[in-house]
Design a protein around this ligand. Structure first.
Ligand code: PLP
Length: 478
């Protein structure tokens, strides 16, 4: 038998643990201090080859060698969300206390499913659920649970809505969501066994917000056809336009028709901490369930999300009792088992990140960071509206800006290719990263601003690069 100690974290490994954590931390520090671009522009084929060439059955001789290898395979060509010219998706730079909290959570490795695997972690999670529900104004009976992300939160909320609708034939259930709602709503409908026509798209106004009059009309139509509206899903911050549906009006219509209202605030949820823009969420307190992604607008590392319900009792629809884990006769005060509320069983202590962030920074500083990027989006919108080379698709409402390179006399299909090529060229240069989307069938560019360190000059730099790449592409196409 080998006399080497098991390489596992315990008291005898304390020195090795400290060395490993320090080395990893130093690597991060060096990268943060030297990274000059959000991306190197490396090709997928190149990384695929480098990673395929590793012999997983032949371990390296030291932790230093592993760190060096990971540096080449991953860190050197990572996409850096903290970089001020990373403007692509809904990824935020992460709060320092949250990253430190992850060191603790990984080391202790609590599992949030049962009290006897989590102890204080259960109550920390519960306090944060309660804090979020109180900020939403969901009332005294509210509850919820942390999830892996907005997609899982939406799935759980719709599962509860489905059960709440009663034992109707699944093919007759309908979910109403605006055309700009998140795809996880349609995906959830499929996972929940609803029919192929289950999702009914509600029309939006020119600001990409759900039209309550169209919602009303569609609800009446469904009833007339003997179909069962199972849920209305309003979005507080659509992924493309950051549009916030008129929550109070939508809630009034949904409740007049006795239909469950789920608000997908995966993106807009951070406004709960804003002192200047909290009113954008007015009406959210009327929701039956809400999704909030802390890993978007609360500056938390992935994964950190929550699903909340107005009435804790409705969470029973996901409860399942296993004799060995959470027997039905367990006293909920003695043995508060979060697994009774969750789709997951073993579950990370993701709540600790948000706890440490709130305790160190407080909610107002989180809100102020979000307010900064909302203002930057407004300024970016003005910049592009005044720029003859670009067409702005909509006045920004949260922190995204959707636009398109344009030129008089050039066919739309050619401009589609030009915009796609400009985005690809920017990515390959690594000097900036933007996203794209389709609006009314036409390719558009999109920036999502979540980094309060991004300046209008950074945005201008990226826009100018896009302009150059687009002009080059147009010259080739012509
Ligand atoms: C991001 C997003 C989701 C999905 O959340 P994940 O955390 O990526 O699973 C759902 N809805 C909206 C509006 C989003 O922006």
């Amino acid at each position: 038998m080998s006399s080497q100690p098991a390489p596992l974290l315990d008291g005898t490994a304390a020195t090795a643990y400290a060395a490993a954590i320090t080395a990893a931390r130093d690597e991060v520090v060096t990268r943060l201090q030297t990274v000059e671009r959000p991306f190197t522009g490396v090709a997928a084929a190149e990384l695929r080859k480098r990673i395929a060439d590793v012999d997983l059955d032949a371990p390296l001789s030291s932790s230093a060698a592993v760190l060096a290898e990971v540096g080449e395979l991953y860190l050197h060509d990572a996409v850096w969300f903290h970089h001020p010219r990373y403007l692509a998706h809904l990824n935020c730079p992460v709060a320092v206390p949250a990253v430190a909290a992850d060191v603790l959570a990984s080391a202790v490795n609590s599992s949030l499913d049962t009290w006897d695997q989590s102890a204080g972690a259960t109550y920390i999670e519960r306090r944060l659920v309660g804090w979020t529900a109180a900020r939403l104004g969901l009332g005294d009976r509210a509850d919820g649970v942390f999830t892996s992300g907005g997609s899982q939160s939406n799935l759980q909320a719709l599962l509860i809505a489905r059960e709440n609708a009663g034992g109707t034939d699944l093919s007759r259930l309908r979910v109403l969501v605006s055309a700009d709602g998140h795809f996880s709503v349609a995906k959830s409908a499929r996972l929940l066994g609803l029919g192929p026509d289950a999702v009914v798209e509600v029309a939006v106004d020119e600001g990409h917000r759900m039209r309550p009059d169209d919602l009303e009309r569609r609800l009446l139509d469904l009833r007339a056809y003997g179909l069962v509206p199972m849920a209305v899903v309003a979005t507080a911050g659509t992924t493309d336009f950051g549009a916030i549906d008129p929550l109070a009006d939508v809630a009034a219509v949904a409740h007049r028709h006795a239909t469950w209202l789920h608000v997908d605030a995966a993106y807009g949820g951070g406004l709960l901490t804003s002192t200047r823009h909290r009113d954008l969420l007015a009406g959210i307190e009327a929701a039956d369930s809400v999704t909030v992604d802390y890993h978007k607008t609360f500056f938390q590392p992935v994964a950190s999300s929550v699903v909340l319900v107005r009435d804790a009792v409705t969470l029973r629809h996901v409860a399942w009792h296993a004799d060995y884990l959470n027997p039905a006769d367990a006293d909920p005060d003695d043995r508060p088992n979060q697994v009774d509320k969750s789709l997951q069983t073993t579950r990370r202590f993701d709540a600790l990140k948000l706890w440490c962030t709130l305790r160190e920074l407080g909610p107002d500083r989180i809100g102020a960071m979000l307010d900064t990027v909302v203002d930057l989006a407004t300024a970016t919108g003005e910049l592009l509206a005044d720029d003859p080379d670009f067409a702005l698709a909509a006045v920004p409402s949260l922190s995204t800006v959707v636009f398109r390179y344009t030129r008089d006399g050039v066919p739309d299909a050619v401009l589609d290719d030009v915009n796609t090529a400009a985005r690809a060229a920017l990515l390959a240069s690594g000097e900036g990263v933007v996203a794209s989307t389709t609006v009314a069938g036409r390719v558009h560019l999109k920036v999502t601003l979540l980094n309060p360190a991004t300046s209008l000059d950074d945005v201008r730099f990226v826009v100018d690069r896009l302009r150059e790449y687009a002009a080059d592409e147009l010259a080739v196409a012509a």
